[in-house]
Design a protein around this ligand. Structure first.
Ligand code: COA
Ligand code: UVW
Length: 333
């Protein structure tokens, strides 16, 4: 069974409630239909029920079994406004402004608040809205999990080469959140991604901290940052297998690893790739997807107190459906 089918099977076993705020994107309507038919989660779509239903009919999405919630008519609205004011008091948020945010047409803050309050177990957005907007709502409303300073993201890259990673699947991080992580943030990204590897793929992570240098072959402050991150990550999680700095070929090609990093327990067999910054991570995953033809599944945002996951605006309906399944698996822990 391929990795996405395994994740879907896990999702079916825990039947979580997942809210999709972007009912104004046709792909979300079709994904709500498909996820419900596949029994992956109880789906809630936000928006005016009449317009959502008529738009769904026009694109051939069957919303039987999908709950439609209009934020403006919700009995939770009052409570959500109070919560948001409380949460953002230190930023001077007024009741009026909180109400406007919760009733904004994008529904992002309302969805995040449903997740915070446990009225949904997770949310998936980003087919229409930018990643920054989805993340800002999640960071402001849901916040970080206990003990986590750095929220980040992981992408499952499903390739057709079974020699790579776990039967062809690799985890890439961070592809979306932190533009310029310092050594401490990079270390946290490595540790949380190692944990995501275990929960998503059920295997121990072999984490390669990527760079343009392998074991000191180049001398630059950017290389030093990665090297420091490896030290910090090992001190934060001594049981995880984390190594670097190393180049991509040394990380995944045993023949190159044999020459560049012969003593490494990770090199040549990495299943988790941690990129040094967001330029590398975002470009790296899109290259692997668009040129190498890998399937990019996710994104999964890691380190939030509860799951809110983001999509690329270029996503397909199937991408959304698999992210719904990943979100459900994340929610049930
Ligand atoms: C993630 C991002 C939106 C956060 O921006 P921001 O301006 O810090 O957002 P906010 O101020 O609303 O953040 C809310 C809170 O979360 C905190 N925060 C921001 N980034 C965080 C992170 N990675 N981890 C943990 N907390 C974070 C902020 O410090 C802030 O705390 P405060 O409310 O107590 O002041 C921004 O880093 C970003 O745009 N990243 C790139 C997204 C992107 O375009 N990706 C590429 C395409 S996919
Ligand atoms: C994940 C990502 O890169 O998002 P977008 O393509 O929407 O910018």
């Amino acid at each position: 069974m391929d990795v996405i089918s395994q994740i879907k099977q896990k999702a079916r076993g825990c039947m979580q409630t997942i809210v999709l705020p972007e009912s104004y994107d046709d792909r979300m309507l079709l994904a709500a239909d498909q996820a419900t038919r596949e029994g992956l989660a109880r789906i809630v779509l936000l928006g005016d029920p009449e317009s959502v239903a008529s738009r769904a009919a026009s694109v051939g999405a069957d919303l039987n079994g999908v709950e439609l919630v209009a934020p403006a008519a919700s009995s939770c609205l009052r409570d959500y406004v109070e919560q948001l004011v409380e949460l953002r008091r230190h930023k001077g948020l007024t009741e009026d402004a909180a109400c406007k945010q919760l009733l904004a047409l994008d529904n992002l803050f309302f969805a995040a608040m449903m997740v915070r309050k446990g009225d949904a177990d997770g949310a998936v957005a980003g087919a229409f809205n930018s990643t920054g907007d989805v993340l800002r709502a999640a960071l402001q409303v849901v916040g970080t999990a206990e003990g986590i300073r750095t929220v980040s993201s992981v992408m499952l890259m499903v390739t057709t080469n079974p020699d790579l990673g776990v039967n062809g699947t690799l985890l890439f991080a961070d592809c979306v959140v932190n533009p310029r992580p310092d050594a401490r943030a990079l270390a946290e990204i490595a540790v949380t991604t190692a944990r995501s590897c275990r929960s998503l793929l059920g295997v121990e992570a072999r984490v390669a901290m990527l760079s343009f240098s392998t074991q000191g072959s180049a001398d630059h402050e950017e290389v030093d940052k990665v090297r420091q991150a490896v030290e910090i990550a090992r001190s934060l999680a001594p049981d995880e297998l984390i190594d670097g700095e190393m180049q991509l070929d040394a990380a995944i090609a045993p023949s190159v690893a044999g020459k560049k990093a012969p003593d490494s327990l990770v090199a040549g067999h990495a299943n988790t790739l941690v990129f040094p910054d967001l330029n590398a991570g975002n470009i790296g995953y899109k290259l692997t997807e668009r040129i190498a033809g890998a399937r990019a599944a996710g994104l999964m945002v890691q380190g939030l107190a509860r799951p809110v996951n983001d999509m690329s605006r270029g996503c397909t309906v199937e991408d959304i459906v698999s992210t719904v399944a990943m979100t459900a698996v994340q929610a049930c822990g």
